[in-house]
Design a protein around this ligand. Structure first.
Ligand SMILES: Nc1ncnc2c1ncn2[C@@H]1O[C@H](COP(=O)(O)OP(=O)(O)OP(=O)(O)O)[C@@H](O)[C@H]1O
Ligand SMILES: [Mg+2]
Length: 246
């Protein structure tokens, strides 16, 4: 479903990624761990299309998307969250989620507004119901009317997650989703992720969370994959222990 082949990214003299290869089959939840600066976020940027790799190829569902924009990839069902949560601060929590449902259109535009077209009102109602349902699932339906900018970081992460889930993503990339969440919020986050059908790639420093939430763990160090396998095996891997787990 997600595949990167021989991906390299250079920032001047820094090799952020070198010859990275990774194939995540449909429906798998795969964790990515590694020390600061290992290249985890850069890998996400390459998969989502925010950064063109210096070398290599990215495939989504078997299709070469290396040359496609982030918007085109998102239309293929790819969603992500950011290490620093990106929400629309001046919109309410509900409107943040509704933005994710706008792109398909179907509202009939200005003309429909002017004549008060019934179909449009129905679509609008369905979108609101759907947005509220996803807020409920993420434990923040009580915040629907709050402005996103007024929320603490942990709640903003949940708004970002809700927005990513609103439109049933095929592929979801989560960059350090539990940082800033308390234990109860992190547990809710884990249960939401566990309930998804999507293919999930998850960067996280909380190794316990990764080991519990992921069927597979990939370890990056200095831009290279140094281990890839089931959590138990990766945890015991001497190379990983030396580089990261101590
Ligand atoms: N826009 C950029 N310009 C120059 N160098 C960059 C840029 N983005 C990342 N780097 C460098 O690339 C390397 C990988 O960075 P990246 O952010 O992908 O690491 P990371 O594994 O996500 O780290 P962290 O755990 O701290 O989030 C680092 O050496 C970083 O300094
Ligand atoms: Mg990062």
């Amino acid at each position: 479903m997600i595949e990167v082949r021989d991906v390299g990214v250079r920032f001047g003299g820094v090799r952020a990624l070198s010859d990275v290869g990774l194939a995540v089959p449909r429906g798998q939840t795969c964790g990515v761990i590694g020390p600061n600066g290992a290249g985890k976020t850069t890998l996400f940027d390459v998969v989502t299309g925010l950064r063109r790799p210096t070398t290599g190829t990215v495939l989504l569902d078997g299709r070469d998307v290396t040359g496609l924009s982030a918007v085109r990839r998102s239309r293929m069902g790819l969603r992500r969250t950011f290490q620093r949560p990106q929400v629309f601060g001046r919109l309410t929590v509900l409107d943040n989620v509704l933005t994710a449902l706008e792109w398909r259109g179907g509202g009939g535009g200005l003309a429909a507004d002017l004549v008060g077209w019934r179909g449009r009102r129905r679509v609008e109602r369905e979108r609101r119901d759907r947005a509220r349902a996803v807020l409920d699932r993420c434990g923040i339906v009580d915040l629907a009317g709050s402005y996103a900018a007024d929320l603490p970081i942990g709640r903003r992460r949940m708004v970002e997650l809700a927005r990513a889930l609103a439109d049933d993503p095929a592929v979801l990339l989560l960059d350090e989703p539990t940082s800033g969440l308390d234990e109860e919020q992190a547990a809710l986050f884990a249960s939401v992720v566990a309930s998804l059908d999507a293919t999930v790639l998850l960067v996280e420093h909380d190794v316990g969370f990764v080991m519990a939430a992921c069927e597979r763990v990939v370890v990056l160090d200095l831009g290279k994959v140094i281990a890839d396998g089931p959590p138990d095996r990766v945890r015991e891997d001497p190379v990983v222990r030396a580089a990261y787990l101590g």
